[in-house]
Design a protein around this ligand. Structure first.
Ligand SMILES: [Cu+2]
Length: 284
C-alpha cells in the first residue's frame, strides 16, 4: 500500500490520545477519535466545533428542564387525581389560560433554540476567509482528496484489519490520510461519484452529504496543534459503508510543505480541469 512520508511517525501516535492536554502542550501529535464508553461529544476542535458544542450544551439544559417539568406534572397528576381521591373525573374541556400558556411557552422555547441554531448554521455554511481549497469525493467505498491549487489528488482507503500495526484503530485508519496544515481554514468542495455518502468528522463538527452531479460547499476550521481527526462516512451507501473511514492529519507548516513536495511526485494530476478551477474561484 502507498504510504505518505508522514504516515510512519504519526501512525504510532494516532491512538487514543484524545484529551491528552499534556501531550498537546509538549507539541506531540494527538488523536481525536471515539473512545470506549464515551457518551459525550469528542473534544471540540476549532471555532465551528466550539460553537456546536455550546449549542449542544444549551439544548441539553433546555431538554433536561422540559423533561423534568413534564415528569413532575405526570407524577403530580397521577397522585392528585388517583381513583381513591378523585373517583368522578372532571368534564372540563377548555381552559383559556392554560391553552394560551401551553402555546406561547413552547413558541418562546423554540425561538430561544432557533436563534443560536440558525446563527451556527450560517456560520458553518460558508466563509470568505479560507486559506485553501480541498475537493472531497465520496465513492464506493473510499474517499478521493484533491488539492486543485497543488494539482494533486489521491484515494484514501481503509487499512484492513490484518494490516493494522500496533496502536492503530480498527475500522478507522486509512492508507493515505488527508494532510492539512495546522491552524488553517479550509474550504471543502464535496461531491459524490456514485451514490450518496456523507463526509463526517465529529471533532471538527463537519458533516456534509456527497451528491452526484452537485458540489456541496462547507469549510473546516483546523486549530493549531498536530492532531489526527477521525471520522467516517455517515450515510448508508452500500455493502462497505462501514469501511470508508476519514482521517485528517493536521501537521506543522514545515511538515505540510515536506509532504506536499513528496505528494506532488506521487499524486500529481496535471492541470486541473477548467470546470474545477472556475468552481473554486467562483466560490472563493
Ligand atoms: Cu457510507
Amino acid at each position: 500500500m502507498r504510504k505518505s512520508i508522514l504516515m510512519k511517525p504519526f501512525s504510532k501516535l494516532a491512538c487514543f490520545g484524545a484529551g491528552l492536554a499534556g501531550a498537546m502542550m509538549s507539541g506531540v501529535a494527538q488523536a481525536s477519535a471515539p473512545e470506549p464508553w464515551q457518551i459525550g461529544l469528542q473534544p471540540a476542535a476549532g471555532s465551528i466545533a466550539e460553537k456546536a458544542t455550546d449549542l449542544h450544551n444549551l439544548l441539553l439544559v433546555i431538554i433536561t428542564a422540559i423533561s423534568l417539568f413534564v415528569l413532575a406534572l405526570l407524577i403530580y397528576t397521577c397522585f392528585r387525581f388517583r381513583e381513591s381521591k378523585n373517583a368522578v373525573p372532571s368534564k372540563t374541556t377548555h381552559n383559556p389560560l392554560i391553552e394560551v400558556l401551553w402555546t406561547v411557552i413552547p413558541v418562546i422555547i423554540l425561538v430561544v433554540i432557533a436563534v443560536p441554531s440558525f446563527r451556527l448554521l450560517y456560520y458553518q455554511d460558508r466563509t470568505d476567509e479560507t486559506d485553501m481549497v480541498i475537493k472531497v469525493t465520496g465513492a464506493q467505498w473510499y474517499w478521493n482528496y484533491e488539492y486543485p491549487d497543488e494539482q494533486i489528488a489521491f484515494d484514501s482507503y481503509m487499512i484492513e484489519e490484518e494490516d493494522l500495526t500496533e496502536g492503530q484503530m480498527r475500522l478507522l485508519e486509512v492508507d493515505n490520510p488527508l494532510i492539512v496544515p495546522e491552524g488553517t481554514r479550509i474550504k471543502l468542495l464535496i461531491q459524490g461519484n456514485d451514490v450518496m455518502h456523507s463526509f463526517f468528522v465529529p471533532a471538527l463538527a463537519v458533516q456534509k452529504y456527497t451528491v452526484v452531479g452537485r458540489t456541496n460547499e462547507t469549510w473546516i476550521d483546523v486549530p493549531m496543534g498536530e492532531t489526527t481527526y477521525y471520522g467516517q462516512c455517515n450515510q448508508i451507501c452500500g455493502t462497505n459503508h462501514s469501511y470508508m473511514p476519514i482521517v485528517i492529519k493536521a501537521v506543522s507548516a514545515d511538515a505540510y510543505k515536506a509532504w506536499l513536495d513528496e505528494a506532488k511526485q506521487e499524486f500529481a494530476t496535471g492541470p486541473v480541469p477548467t470546470a474545477t478551477v472556475e468552481l473554486a474561484s467562483v466560490q472563493q
